[in-house]
Structures are given as C-alpha cells and as structure tokens.
Design a protein around this ligand. Structure first.
Ligand code: G3I
Length: 380
C-alpha cells in the first residue's frame, strides 16, 4: 500500500518528505491537498491554541483548514455556574481560527455529559421544571452563540441524543426527561435565533450501526418535516481498524445526504488497541479495567501496524472523496497520539496511536496515506 502512495508523488518530493525530521514547510499539506474537496479539520486543546505548545499550533494551522475545541466550548467550561460565564478559553480558539484562516466549529451546546448538575436542578435541589430548563437552554444558547456570531461557521447544537439500544429512539437524558422529546427542536430554534447565519448540526457516534442510523434518519426527517432549522449531521467516526465496514461508512453518508443535509465527519480517529467491550460505543461513561495484554504498543506502533493504520485511513478517505459532493468536512479528533482521548478511554493510562501524527509530532505513514488519497483523486 505505502509504496503505491509514494509512486505518484514526484521522486524529489518523496525524498524530501522521507528525510524530513517533521512535516516540512515545503512539503504539500493536507490543507492544500483537500482544498476544493472538503474542509479538513482538527480538534485542539486549550494549551495548543493559547500559546502553550507552539510546535503543535504551527503544525495544526499549516495542515488543517478547520478547528474544533475538544472541550472548551462545552457547557461545563463556558458556563460553570448559573450567573457565571467564562469565555477565556473559548475566545482563544476564535482568535486562533481567525489568525490562521481556519473555520471554527462550535462544540457543543446541548449534551447530557459535561453539563453541570445545577442546570437540571430547580430551587431547593429538586428537579427543574420544563419551563425553567427551556429558559436556561435558551439563555445559554443565546449567550454562547451570540458571542461567537459571525466567527463560528457551524455549531454541534445537540450532541449524542440517540440511544444505543432498547425500544426508545432517544437516550434517557435529563434534557429528555425534563423537557420532553422536543428538546432538540427547541435547541435548534434557539440557535437559529441567536445566529441566523451559522450552520446548525446534529452530532452523534455509532451512526454506522444500522439501528442507530435508521433511528437518526427518522429523527432528522421529523425535524425537517416540522421546519426545524438544521443544516447538517456530524457522524463522529470513532473507528477501529476493522470496524465499521467501508460499506456501512458509505451507507451512512448517503442516508444523511439523501435527506438534503450536509454530512460532516466530525471526530475521526482509529483505535488500534485491543478491546473487551463493544468498541463502537464511544460513550464517555463506558469504563473498562485493563491489563498489559490490552496495552501492547507502549514503546511504539510496529511497522506492520503502521501500515494497517495507513491503509485504513486511505480506505476511509477514498470513501469520503468519492462522496465529496455530500461531505463538507472531515475532522480528526486530536492533533497527535500524545494528546488523544483514546489514551484514557475506555481504559485509563494506555498508549494508543489513533491519529496521523505521532507523539513526537512527526507524520506517520497514515499521514502520507491521507495526503496521497487526495493526490490520487486529483490525478484521476
Ligand atoms: O480539565 C480537567 C483537569 O483540570 C483535571 O485535572 C483532569 C483530571 O481528570 O480532568 C480534566 O478534564 C478532562 C477533560 O477531558 C480535559 O482534558 C476530563 O476529566 C475528561 O473527562 C475530558 O474528556 C473529554 C471527553 O470528551 C468528555 O468531555 C475528552 O478530552 C474529549 O476528547 C471527549 O470528546 C468527546 C466529544 O466531546 C463528543 N464525542 C465523544 C468524544 C470522545 O469522548
């Protein structure tokens, strides 16, 4: 696989890339290679965008055309107490995106996780009423979306509202329990009021699973029929080496684009470590106990695994490129293997290698395969 990629790069360029100690400025970038196909994005942490890791910041801005805050626009970070908003960390992303001409994606307004308890409580500690929670949701959305109006290209308005099993389409969350099933409609309407020009997305994981995908289609079709302002759907894409199949990945893109929605791959990574549980459930509450057999690549990813990962990324990007009329953005969930959430999920303290750039901020074979996929497409 890998030699094939190198074949269609000019020999001088190949030599330049291979001898480079990092991603050299003169080398082609993901950003330029995917220009004209779709945005190629990255989720970053606060340290990277606020000057604490200048090398990572420099690579991110050179390689990617879009940025998503990995944590700093979640309710818990922006609005920790009823009367207190803290925009400092989030503002750094807006500045970073502007300085580097990157599209800024807001993540996320309404989620069951990373939302402080007070949001769901009424006076005296009992559960909030529907009216109180709707008002809180509206106030929060207006404050946050209003602040970044004109600066955020699109918002993940509701995150992970669908269930992973059982008879119910929607997950049992405080949002649903207190407001009712229309909490999604309400959130999208509030976001539209706050910034009529921002794109509004529904975002979830595991949509390559047939049950969840068809539930998602039903949910979104209902919203569209009711005139709810929704522009797109984010399929998070926390994948493994073998699963989901490319066929399911492509079916998912087509199912949503057939609804007339933009499709975004919003949190792409490829877990290379063995798992005991169901690896396709990216629910942050899923926790497992591990032992050394589940952490085999502590001292580095062996060459044959690097090639497997590179092939997996090439295959995925060939699907994305084939569907580039429907796919508006592909975002990697993290810049490098040292900073991925998968070092701590679902087992804490492991050494995972799911991204395109390694812990030393050097490009991996997977980086070149993604770069090569774009060139291959262009040469067709
Ligand atoms: O900032 C605190 C720090 O002060 C504290 O010392 C430390 C101790 O645990 O925790 C730090 O917060 C952590 C935070 O990431 C920032 O690193 C939280 O514990 C940890 O739970 C949190 O994890 C994030 C997770 O969402 C939950 O919000 C991951 O970084 C982030 O990658 C992950 O992203 C989610 C998407 O938002 C939605 N889709 C699934 C995806 C993966 O779970």
């Amino acid at each position: 696989m890998f030699p094939k990629i190198l074949n269609f790069l000019p020999p001088a360029l190949v030599a330049g890339i291979l001898t480079a100690s990092g991603v050299e400025p003169a080398a082609p970038t993901l950003r330029s290679a995917y220009n004209g196909s779709f945005l190629i994005g990255v989720a970053l942490n606060g340290r990277t965008v606020s000057g604490g890791n200048t090398k990572a910041a420099e690579i991110a801005s050179r390689q990617f055309s879009s940025v998503t805050p990995e944590n700093d626009m979640k309710w818990q970070s922006l609005h920790p107490q009823p009367e207190r908003y803290d925009f400092k960390a989030a503002d750094a992303y807006a500045d970073f995106a502007k300085a580097n001409q990157m599209a800024l994606i807001g993540h996320t307004l309404v989620w069951h996780s990373q939302t402080p308890q007070w949001v769901f409580q009424g006076d005296g500690g009992q559960q909030a009423t529907r009216e109180v929670l709707l008002k809180r949701m509206r106030d929060h959305i207006h404050a946050v979306v209003g602040r970044y109006k004109g600066r955020v290209k699109g918002w993940d308005v509701v995150n992970e509202a669908l269930s992973d099993g059982g008879p119910d389409v929607l997950r049992d969350s405080p949002w649903r329990r207190i407001i009712g099933d229309d909490f999604l409609d309400q959130a999208f309407r509030f976001a539209k009021e706050a910034d009529p020009k921002a794109e509004l997305y529904y975002n979830d994981y595991g949509l390559e699973n047939e049950r969840k995908r068809s539930n998602c289609v039903k949910l979104l079709r209902g919203m569209l029929d009711r005139g709810v302002p929704i522009d797109g759907v984010g399929t998070q894409s926390h994948f493994q080496l073998e699963k989901p199949s490319l066929d399911e990945v492509e079916k998912t893109i087509k199912a949503f684009s057939e609804l007339g929605l933009k499709v975004m791959v919003t949190e792409l990574d490829v877990d290379v470590l063995p798992s005991r549980g169901n690896p396709s459930i990216a629910d942050i509450n899923r926790r497992e106990q591990g032992d050394a057999s589940l952490d085999p690549y502590v001292s580095g990813l062996p060459a044959e695994m690097q090639q497997k990962l590179a092939k997996r990324y090439a295959d995925l990007f060939s699907v994305y490129l084939r569907n580039r009329k429907s796919v508006a953005r592909v975002t990697l969930w993290g810049l490098d293997d040292g900073q991925t959430w998968l070092n701590g999920f679902p087992i804490r303290g492991r050494t995972n290698h799911p991204l395109l750039i390694d812990r030393d901020l050097k490009p991996k074979p997977a980086f070149f395969s993604v770069l090569g996929s774009a060139k291959e497409q262009r040469n067709r």
